[in-house]
Design a protein around this ligand. Structure first.
Ligand code: SF4
Length: 187
């Protein structure tokens, strides 16, 4: 039942099935050919949890980062950390992807793109991002209302429901759960 995502599917899957936090980081990575540490952890572990294999993960990050710093520097400074996340270096801990709760309680600084957009975006940016996902009208106002009351995961659940046309009774509590629920609906 697990969907293993491959390198060539990432952009298409992001559009159909990634939660807003992960779409945002993919956009920023494509735009800047870079993500800071917090983003590399949050997004990298999500991709791992979604089934992206280590070799594909290395190719994915290398393709972006090398456009900015060259592949030699990527291999020297960043590849280790990616293998590390996959439990292939250091203490060989198999790191698990972050839950919504952990992501929501992050404190992204200037130039960081990790965190939860429902929690960390300003209202205008959040509205624009939701519009881009096709959430508008009454559904958008409902989402914004949950955000105002600090019910970020409920806002994300309503976003899921609005974009998939189904109800999500369990509620969203993990980005990888969002992804797999979405794939269940769409496949
Ligand atoms: Fe991501 Fe969870 Fe925030 Fe949704 S509620 S955007 S899945 S962190």
């Amino acid at each position: 039942d697990a969907v293993d995502i491959s390198l060539k599917d990432i952009d298409q899957l992001a559009k159909s099935s990634f939660p807003l936090c992960m779409r945002h980081m993919l956009d920023k990575l494509r735009e800047n050919h870079h993500l800071k540490h917090g983003g590399r952890m949050q997004f990298g572990l999500f991709l791992k949890g979604a089934g992206l294999k280590l070799e594909d993960a290395l190719a994915f990050w290398r393709a972006e980062f090398s456009q900015k710093i060259g592949s030699e520097r990527f291999d020297k400074e960043y590849a280790y950390a990616i293998r590390h996340n996959y439990g292939k270096e250091g203490k060989r801990t198999d790191y698990t992807p972050y839950s919504c709760q952990k992501i929501i309680s992050a404190t992204p600084g200037v130039g960081d793109h990790h965190g939860c957009p429902f929690r960390h975006f300003g209202e205008e940016n959040l509205r624009a991002a939701l519009n881009k996902m096709g959430v508008g009208g009454h559904a958008l106002e409902e989402v914004m209302d949950k955000v105002k009351n600090r019910h970020y995961q409920v806002a994300c659940t309503l976003t899921f429901e609005a974009t998939h046309g189904v109800s999500c009774d369990s509620g969203i509590n993990h980005p990888n759960q969002y992804f797999s629920e979405s794939q269940k609906v769409l496949r």
